[in-house]
Write a protein that binds this ligand. Sequence first.
Ligand SMILES: *Cc1c(COP(=O)(O)O)cnc(C)c1O
Length: 368
Amino acid sequence: MAMPAVGALSPYQPGKPIEELQRELGVSEVVKLASNENPLGPPDSALRAIADGLSDLSRYPDANGFALKARLARHCACDAAQITLGNGSNDVLDLIARCFLGPGRNAVFSEYAFLVYPLVTQAVGAQSKVAPPCADGLGHDLDAILALVDEHTRVVFIANPNNPTGSYLRSADLKAFIEALPSHVVVVVDEAYHEYVLDKDHVSALSWIADQPNLIVTRTFSKAWGLAGLRMGYSVSHPTIADLLNRLRQPFNGNSLALAAAEAVLDDRDYLDRAINLNTRGMAQLRQGLEGRGFGLPESAGNFLCIDLKRDAMPVFQALLKAGVIVRPVANYGLPSYLRVSIGSDAENARFLEAFAEVTAGEESVGD
Ligand SMILES: *Cc1c(COP(=O)(O)O)cnc(C)c1O
């Protein structure tokens, strides 16, 4: 009896939870580098705000998220009326699909783009048009994306940096692409990993919204802000789009603890700086530990690295699990030879490198 598009959906495959592996293997020391979570743990500023909010849990949250939106408006240099809050930014991506897509319409995105884009597109009965990646790697080819846009296109999804590839589009190129899109298309720039970008010419797509009424920028507290378990994300857009999304939104899609914690952590610049520094250091540690072994190590602007094993990655994933290290296979992204590894703490990275070296011992010449 279900809608055909729903029956054809493949469920999102999350990273394996630590407790699940502990149960299955009876191992206690598990390292999880599978969901791009923040190795610092949650910020103390957030924990204090949550503790303060506990006694009010019998009350509904503020359905309009007034305080958080006011704080975000300062953070993003925009108006509160431009903000839509979501139960994670995935919730906002879903709202965007429900708002602009449906049967007879299509969404355009790149191959190897974040899997939530086809999910939310298909769920509302719209068509996904998938552009080939750039010729020299896994990154997005903006010309190829533009070429797929037709009169039935209503949404273009672009994650910058992209997950799982880590590929990054230079701000000037992305801006020119957005300016070239026809006016019947909404473009979503998903900035889940924006805080980690080190490119000195990087600017957030937020700065283009004033001139681009069809641009939606999504952000999250799940990655660099260390609050993945709380579920809080948001978009910034023209107020007319925010108003439309707000009509579709469940009134209490952000819980009271998440609202309070997100507001508090935006003042915690120190936590963010520590997260970024740890990530920069960890990325170097992983790259250095993997270098010279013949594996493909594409550049990554995020808090993860997609390693090309140049053979079926599944046995390596399984062997790492047995060693108590959870990483992420990305065959469901069309990348069966890759494993995605999140940047962890120094000790977690070392543990991964050690297990990975053991599991792949003797494979130095594979592929090259
Ligand atoms: C992790 C991630 C998100 C954020 O998900 P939340 O629902 O906010 O936890 C969004 N987009 C991309 C590309 C991601 O990797």
